[in-house]
Structures are given as C-alpha cells and as structure tokens.
Design a protein around this ligand. Structure first.
Ligand code: ADP
Ligand code: ADP
Length: 217
C-alpha cells in the first residue's frame, strides 16, 4: 500500500500535537513533530539544538535549510515506511515545496491537510496552560489535566511549561504564523487537500472530525 502522509495545519496552540498523536496511534503511523525533534536536539545539546534554540526562544522559525534537512532525514527512516502524521511542518512555502519533492521520491504525496481553526484569543489561554512531558505528551492545566498535577500520567515524570509559551512570545509566534505559515492554507486549498476542522470543540470531538476527514480523503 502507498504510504499515507497527513499534514496538520493550524496556529500555535490549535491542538496539532494533541491530535497528531491520536491520529498516528489510530492509523498506525509515525507522529513527526519538528518542534519535538528540535527540543530533542536541544536536550542532547547537539549543534542543531543550539542553533534551533536561538530561534525558538524568540518565537522565530528555524531556517528552512536546516529544518528541511532534519525532516528529510526523519522521513527517510524505515519506521516511516507506512507514512507519517506531520505536525509543525511545513511552516513555509519553501518547506511545502521541499516536502512535495521528497514525497515524490517515495512515489507518494500528501493525502489530506486538516486545518485546525482556532481564533487567536483562545490560543494564548491554551498555551499559557500547556504542560509538557519530556517525551512530548501534551496536557492542559484546565482542559486536559494530568491525574496528578505536574506529573505525566504514563511515566510519572515531571511536567514543564515551555519557555516559548509565555504570552509575549506566543503573540509573536502567532504573528510569525500569520505571515509565514498561513499562506499554506491557500496553497493546500488550491490543491484540493485542505479540510477545515473547528478546533474550539472538545478534544474528542475534534478527533472525530479529523478521523472523518482522513477517511473521506
Ligand atoms: P499545537 O501543537 O497546535 O501547538 P497542542 O496540541 O500542544 O497544540 O495544544 C495546545 C494546548 O491546548 C495544550 O495544552 C492542549 O492540552 C490544549 N488543547 C488541545 N486541544 C484542545 C481542545 N480541543 N480544547 C481545549 N484545549 C485543547
Ligand atoms: P507549537 O506547538 O506551538 O505549534 P512547535 O513545537 O511546533 O510549536 O514549534 C516550536 C518552535 O520550533 C517554533 O516556534 C519554531 O521556532 C521551531 N519550529 C518548529 N517547526 C518548525 C518548522 N517547520 N520550521 C521552522 N521552525 C520550526
């Protein structure tokens, strides 16, 4: 069977990570989050991690060339043979082109692009309450709390708040999204791949809509 690639689109805090994890699990695909990959590099103190950190802390995008190289390497690994749910990539038109070129090499293409729509005023609240586990699981202080405050349900490790989830940085990330990533909405709409999903619903309702979008694609 041809590999299946899904691109999750939406502003920071829309719920891409939360939903990408569920979709990947249900569809038996790999969840590829560029944010998680950069954070992993940061934790391992690699050169790429150090470079990425200087951009991430300011809420800017990491340059296309290094980001694209990292994703090409990740998608070329054997665990991605069946495809992947891409979360946080592509974020610029150049990244979208690079992805298309890469998938062509695999004789595949993007199957569907769910666009999780959430108004800006909700995003700041979502991100200020976001609690992360070091393995990338996502909680929310009110909307999706762990069983024990600040503790990961699955492995008991402590949760943390991301440096870049401070309201000032979030506002800048939303601007960067509007300028550099939002043009991809039209790009994928023109290709007939875009499916809009109301991201203000409860997490489970969003998942249902997304599963429908994938099944109908
Ligand atoms: P993104 O990857 O798009 O930045 P996340 O999946 O990390 O978004 O979600 C951002 C925050 O909002 C997290 O704290 C998450 O628990 C919470 N969240 C995600 N989806 C919903 C939802 N449908 N309703 C309320 N909160 C949500
Ligand atoms: P969010 O969950 O809020 O959407 P991510 O975890 O996806 O945020 O990304 C965090 C940061 O990592 C971004 O603000 C940016 O600095 C960097 N980053 C992630 N993906 C990309 C990408 N595709 N291109 C450039 N920078 C990226």
């Amino acid at each position: 069977m041809a590999p299946l690639y899904i691109v999750m689109l939406g502003p920071p805090g829309a719920g891409k990570g939360t939903q990408a994890k569920k979709l990947a699990q249900t569809l038996d695909l790999v969840h590829v989050s560029t944010g998680d990959l950069f954070r992993e590099h940061l934790k391992n103190e690699t050169e790429l991690g150090q470079l990425a950190q200087s951009y991430m802390n300011k809420g800017e995008l990491v340059p296309d060339d290094v980001t694209i190289k990292m994703v090409e390497e990740r998608l070329s690994r054997t665990d991605c043979e069946k495809g992947a749910v891409l979360d946080g990539f592509p974020r610029t038109p150049a990244q979208a082109e690079a992805l298309e070129a890469l998938l062509e090499k695999f004789d595949a293409g993007v199957k569907v692009v769910p666009y999780i729509k959430v108004p800006d005023e909700v995003l700041v609240e979502r991100l200020s309450g976001r609690w992360m586990s070091t393995s990338g699981r996502v909680y929310h202080a009110q909307h999706n709390p762990p069983k024990v405050k600040w503790i990961d349900d699955l492995d008991g490790s402590p949760l943390y708040q991301r440096e870049d989830d401070k309201p000032e940085t979030v506002r800048h990330r939303i601007e960067v999204y509007t300028e550099q990533t939002a043009p991809l909405i039209d790009h994928y709409r023109q290709k007939g791949l875009l499916v809009e999903v109301d991201g203000t619903q409860a997490i489970e309702a969003v998942t249902e809509d997304l599963m429908k979008a994938v099944e109908e694609a």
